[in-house]
Write a protein that binds this ligand. Structure first.
Ligand SMILES: NC(=O)c1ccc[n+]([C@@H]2O[C@H](COP(=O)([O-])OP(=O)(O)OC[C@H]3O[C@@H](n4cnc5c(N)ncnc54)[C@H](O)[C@@H]3O)[C@@H](O)[C@H]2O)c1
Length: 453
C-alpha cells in the first residue's frame, strides 16, 4: 500500500504546484537500509558542563564507539544529523534553560530526516515536587519540539530510571534506535528505560541470531513485515494465520525460510499448538509477537453482539490466553520477549471503534500487568511491551472511506501514514536483547498523530 500523495508532492510538476498552493508537503522518510550510515550527519551532544565529566560526556563517548562524528560544541556551519540533549542532571525547572536554549540555537541547522533525542530521568522515580516538575517538564517540551520539526526530522526521548546509568546498554540501545532510520515513523515519544543486564556485545546487525520468534496474523500487512524484519535480524520465525490465509502464509514462510502454522488464535489450544510447533520445528521459543487483529467498526448504537465479541476474542482474549499458557507451561527457552499490537485508538478512543478501542486499551492493560509479573522477584524475567500504531498503510486501513483515510494520514506531525516496516522495526527493537531494560512500555508508531489524550 502506498500513499501516492507523498510521492506526488515530492516530484516534478506536482511538487511545484503543491508548493504554490501551500498544500501539506510530507517528506519522503529515510528508512533503514543495510550499510547506510546510522545518522544523516554529525551528532551534537548538548547539556554538558565544561570541565566536569558528566552524563553528556558519557553519552558522547558511547556515540564515538559507533563510528559517528560526535561533537559537543555547536558551530554555525555544520548541518547536524542529530542533536542529543542530555537533561539527566536537571534538578529544578530553571536548570533546563541553558541546554534548551543551546538546542534552540541549532534547530535551523538540523538536516532533513535529522533527529532530536532527549535523555532525561524518569519522573516516577522521585517524591520531590521540584525534581518531579523538572523531569516531567521534559515530556511536554519534547512533544512540542517534535511538532516543530520539519522535513522528516523527528524528536523522541529516553527517560532513564534512577537505578540506571545513562550509558547502560539498554539506554544506549534505545538512543541508537531513536537516532537511526529504523524509527522513521516514531515521533514525539518518550520511552522509559531501566537498568538491565543486557549483553552489550550482541551483534547490532543480527541481534536475534539463535532466537525463535512466533508472529500471529503474519500472512499479510504488518504481521508479514514483522516476520521479515525479525528474520532479517537473525531469528527463525514461525508465522501464524487462519487456514483461509494459508497460501499467503506459506509464501511468507518460504520467503524468510521460516515455518507456517495455520491456526485461529482464538482456538482453545492455540498456546499449546504454538509451543508444540516451535519446539518441534525450531527447538524452542524466545519471542512472541501478538499481531493478529480485526476491525468490526460500528457506532455503539448500531453494535451487534457478534461484532463486539469477535473483536474482543481475536484482539484481546486470544493474546491473554496464549501468553498465560506459554508462561504457565514454562514455554519460553530464554527470558520471554512479548510484544503486543495495541493502537492509538486504544489510547484516545475513536468514533465507531468502541469494540476495537476496548480491545486495544485492554492490550495495554495486560502488557503492564505481564511486565510486572515477569519482573517480580522469582519471576521469569524478560519483557512485555506494546506497540501502538497510528495510521499504517495496509489492507486494513485501505478499507477506511477515502475522506476519513486522507484526514487520518495528514493529522500527524509527519503528515503521512506509516508503512508496515515502521511498526516492524519498533517490534524488532523491543524484541532485541539490548532492549532488556524496556519493560511495560507502550511505544506509539504514529508519526506523532494528533490522536491522544
Ligand atoms: N493498519 C493500521 O493502521 C493499524 C493501526 C493500529 C493497530 N493495528 C494493528 O496491527 C495489527 C495488524 O494490522 P494490519 O493492518 O496488518 O491488519 P491486516 O488485516 O492487514 O492483517 C491482520 C492479519 O491477522 C490475521 N488474523 C485475523 N484474525 C485471526 C485469527 N483469529 N487467528 C489468526 N490470524 C488472524 C488476518 O488473517 C490477517 O492476515 C492488528 O492487531 C491491528 O489491530 C493496525
Amino acid at each position: 500500500m502506498t500513499d501516492s500523495y507523498v510521492q506526488a508532492v515530492n516530484s516534478g510538476f506536482t511538487k511545484t504546484l503543491a508548493k504554490k498552493l501551500g498544500l501539506p508537503r510530507p517528506a519522503v522518510l529515510r528508512r533503514y537500509r543495510a550499510g547506510d550510515p546510522l545518522t544523516v550527519g554529525p551528532v551534537l551532544v548538548l547539556g554538558g558542563t565544561p570541565g566536569v565529566r558528566d552524563d553528556a560526556d558519557r553519552v558522547a563517548e558511547a556515540l564515538l564507539g559507533w563510528d559517528l562524528d560526535v561533537r559537543q560544541t555547536p558551530d554555525d556551519t555544520t548541518r547536524w544529523g542529530a542533536v542529543v540533549v542530555v537533561l539527566s542532571g536537571i534538578e529544578r525547572p530553571e536548570d533546563a534553560s541553558a541546554p534548551v536554549m543551546a538546542l534552540s540555537a541549532t534547530l535551523r541547522r538540523l538536516a532533513p530526516n535529522g533527529r532530536v533525542v532527549t535523555i532525561s530521568r524518569a519522573p516516577a522515580g522521585t517524591d520531590s515536587p521540584e525534581l518531579a516538575a523538572a523531569r516531567e517538564g521534559v515530556d511536554g517540551f519534547l512533544r512540542s519540539v517534535a511538532k516543530e520539526l520539519r522535513y522528516g526530522a523527528t524528536g523522541n526521548g529516553v527517560q532513564v530510571t534512577d537505578d540506571a546509568p545513562v550509558d547502560s546498554p539498554s539506554v544506549l540501545a534505545t538512543l541508537r534506535f531513536f537516532l537511526s532510520a529504523r524509527s522513521a515513523f516514531v515521533d514525539g515519544q518518550l520511552l522509559r528505560v531501566g537498568a538491565s543486564d543486557a549483553d552489550p556485545a550482541v551483534d547490532v546487525d543480527l541481534p536475534l541470531a539463535g532466537k525463535v520468534a512466533v508472529v500471529t496474523g503474519a500472512a499479510r500487512g504488518i504481521g508479514a513485515q514483522v516476520a521479515r524484519t525479525l528474520a532479517r535480524d537473525g531469528a527463525k520465525v514461525v508465522v501464524v494465520d487462519v487456514p483461509g490465509a494459508g497460501e499467503a502464509l506459506a509464501a511468507v514462510a518460504n520467503e524468510i525460510r521460516g515455518t507456517a502454522l495455520q491456526l485461529d488464535v482464538t482456538a482453545d489450544d492455540a498456546g499449546a499448538r504454538i509451543l508444540e510447533h516451535a519446539r518441534a520445528r525450531h527447538g524452542g521459543l524466545d519471542v512472541l509477537v501478538h499481531n493478529a487483529g480485526i476491525l468490526r467498526d460500528k457506532l455503539l448504537a448500531n453494535m451487534s453482539p457478534d461484532k463486539w465479541d469477535a473483536v474482543i476474542a481475536v484482539n484481546l482474549a486470544a493474546q491473554l490466553r496464549i501468553t498465560e499458557y506459554l508462561l504457565g507451561a514454562n514455554g519460553f527457552s530464554s527470558e520471554p520477549r512479548i510484544v503486543s499490537l495495541a493502537s492509538t485508538s486504544g489510547i484516545a478512543g475513536n468514533r465507531g471503534q468502541a469494540n476495537y478501542a476496548f480491545s486495544k486499551a485492554g492490550v495495554i492493560g495486560h502488557t503492564r500487568a505481564f511486565a510486572r509479573l515477569l519482573a517480580a522477584p522469582g519471576g521469569p524475567g524478560g519483557t512485555a511491551n506494546a506497540v501502538a500504531p497510528g495510521f499504517i498503510e495496509t489492507d486494513m486501513t485501505a478499507s477506511i472511506p477515502f475522506v476519513q483515510r486522507e484526514v487520518a494520514r495528514r493529522v500527524a506531525s509527519l503528515q503521512q501514514g506509516g508503512q508496515p516496516v515502521d511498526v516492524a522495526e519498533a517490534i524488532a527493537f523491543l524484541a532485541s536483547p539490548a532492549a532488556a531494560g524496556v519493560n511495560g512500555q507502550v511505544l506509539r508508531v504514529c508519526g506523532q498523530n494528533v490522536v491522544g489524550r
